[in-house]
Design a protein around this ligand. Structure first.
Ligand code: RTP
Ligand code: MG
Length: 141
């Protein structure tokens, strides 16, 4: 099924000049960028984006890391884009990630794990609309 997912290239990756490397992995796996911009999240924006994790032990560090520098937010489109993106990303903990995944090859740690990807159709819809309006998304381009 042709699907959209939401993706972030996180501050640790932007800082280390890895935008192109990461985009290549996504594109080579059939994910197409249909919306993209660079933003620098405020604390409030990062807290709102990660509201589902509020109260968890890693929440503060997560918000700190996500506001440590600019990020690329993007909408990816493709066949089974949500699952495909998470497969290309690899598991949250880079040490446990499969060989050839973005996190295995580029992540620094579980907290600085280079990318984000929506985990369900409902999160994809919420996360896309957190950053983009429909007229900024060029589906099927
Ligand atoms: P993401 O949302 O970033 O795509 O990653 P995910 O689904 O693999 O992980 P999730 O459980 O949604 O957690 C969001 C981000 O919080 C950090 N985290 N740290 N135990 C920990 O130290 C821990 N657990 C999660 C990670 O940076 C993760 O990407
Ligand atoms: Mg998640």
């Amino acid at each position: 099924m042709l699907e959209r997912t939401f993706s972030i290239i996180k501050p640790d990756a932007v800082k280390r000049n890895l935008i192109g490397e990461i985009l290549s992995r996504l594109e080579q796996n059939g994910l197409k960028v249909v919306a993209s911009k660079m933003v620098f999240l405020t604390r409030g924006e990062a807290e709102g984006f990660y509201a589902e994790h509020e109260g968890k032990p890693f929440y503060e560090t997560l918000v700190n890391n996500m506001t440590a520098g600019p990020i690329i937010v993007q909408v990816l489109e493709g066949e089974d884009a949500i699952a495909k993106n998470r497969q290309v990303m690899g598991t949250t903990d880079p040490e446990k990630a499969d060989a050839g995944t973005i996190r295995k090859d580029f992540a620094v740690s579980m907290q600085q794990n280079s990318v984000h990807g929506s985990d369900s159709p409902a999160s994809a819809a919420r996360e896309i609309s957190y950053f983009f309006s429909e007229i900024e998304i060029f589906s099927g381009n």
